[in-house]
Structures are given as C-alpha cells and as structure tokens.
Design a protein around this ligand. Sequence first.
Ligand code: OGA
Ligand code: MN
Length: 293
Amino acid sequence: MGSKLQNTQLGTSQLGYALGAEIEGLDISLNLGSQVYGAINHIWQEHHVVVFRGKHLKPRDIVSFAEGFGDLDDHASTPFYRHPDVPQLLQITNRLIDGKPSETRNTGRNWHSDYSYTGRPAAASLLYCDQCPPVGGDTMFANMVRAYESLSGTMKGIVDNLHAVYDVSLTAGINERDASKTAEVRRLNPPIAHPAVRVHPRSGKRALYVSERVSHFHGMTRAESKPLIDFLCSHATQPENVYRHNWREGDLVCWDNRTVMHVALADFDQNQPRHMLRATILGEDSGFVVRDE
Ligand code: OGA
Ligand code: MN
C-alpha cells in the first residue's frame, strides 16, 4: 500500500519492461523534503533508472537536487573533466574548450558503470542534458540484477566467487585524449579488483558487476578471463535487458551504478552540440589494488 501511494503521488510511468521509469510533475529545482526523496528512492530502486523531463536546471540546481541522495564525488579521479566552477559536476561535452575539441566528447563509448576503476565506485549518477543534437546521441542502460538473476545456478556460483579487475585504460577512446592528462588519470587509478557481484546496500539485491572495462578476473589470466567477460557482457546487454534513452534538452536521467551499466552511443553528427553535466553520488569503499597480474 505504501509503495502504491508513493508512486501515485509522484506520477510515475514505466519507460521499459526491464528498467526505466519517468517521474512526472515534480519541480526538482525546489528544496524537496526527505519524504519526497524517500519516494523517489523507492521508485529508483524498483526501476534502476529514473527520468525527469522538461527541466531547466542550472549547475547549482543539479548539485542541490543530487545532494539529497548522498554525498557527492568531487571527481578527483578525473580532475581535468570537471565543470570549471562546480567540481561536483563533470562536463561531458563536445563544445570547444579553450579553442580545442573537448576531451570528454567521446565519454562512455563502451559498456561501464561509473568510476568502477576507483576505490569508491559510484553509487549513482545524475546526468543533465543542457544541449543535445536533433537526432541521436542516445544512452543505453542494462539491468544487471536481471542479468545476474537469469544466469544458471552454476554460473552464479562461479561469478559469486570472482573479483573483476577494472582498468581505466579500457575506457573507450582514452588513447585519443591528451597523453599527459591520461597518464595522470592512470596514475590516480591503478587497476583495482572489485567483487564481480555487487550487493545493493539498500535492497540487498545481487547484481552482476562486470563490464567492458574489466581486463581479467583476479587470479586468472587474460586469456582465461576473456570468454567469460565477453559472455557476461553480451548476456547483460541483450536488447530485452536494455532501456535506450533518447535525450531532449532539460532531461535529467538518474541511474544506479550498482545495478545498471550504460553506454553512450556515437550515433549523431558531432558538429551538433551535445552538452551534459553529471553529478556522481559516492558509493562505499571497495576493492583492492592489483599489481603485476
Ligand atoms: C556518463 C556517461 C553518457 C552519455 O556521464 O557517465 O557515460 O550519454 N555519459 O553522455
Ligand atoms: Mn558513464
């Protein structure tokens, strides 16, 4: 009864069968009370991705809204890509920066969960679309709880006992970025192993935590790991398990990085501006640094 009431109050409509829900009619630029955050969290936990449309948010509005969900990351793991005035926001943009093509114009081009290559992988991300191309520039999201639950009992038993090694060097397009900056990003983020199954701290649900940024499983060779990584990624990203978001200006899309992975598609004309701002909710400390493996 409680949950139905909360959903009704917030006007929710499901966007995809596997994941994704839109919350309508809520002015998120206001100071919202803990009850409203509780209701959003409830919907978010059930649908993994929540979407707000038609907003006009300034950088500070995004930060204030995001703060209601937890402590924000100051993005020190990727310091070069922060908003110049608001370190709690990352800029994902193809606008020129200092007269040069932005380094973040091809962010997120392989399946990943945010900041998985850090010791404090993101709990959640909130991405605001300030400007988008008339066609394309979509983002896809895969439900990693369903991906885990639909494995056989035997395969669950295998992944339950694995640690996946995350390597920032496997971020798509990293080699096309400024070499000295990426060297610093690599230095800040050495390869790190996290459990291949992540348990959501609130719902207790188990989610597969393996993406295209995993180099291998701890204690296994790359050759041994690759077929399993490939299988798990293709299993997780089957079309039936994916929600594809077609952006409009003023959209704020929020995803749970513990239960979802995502990819940004390059299916648009790069001469058209695409300007996005991301707030990142800190997750728990996790993992151990892996050397010489
Ligand atoms: C991100 C990301 C997706 C996009 O902000 O974490 O992967 O579509 N971006 O810009
Ligand atoms: Mn991302």
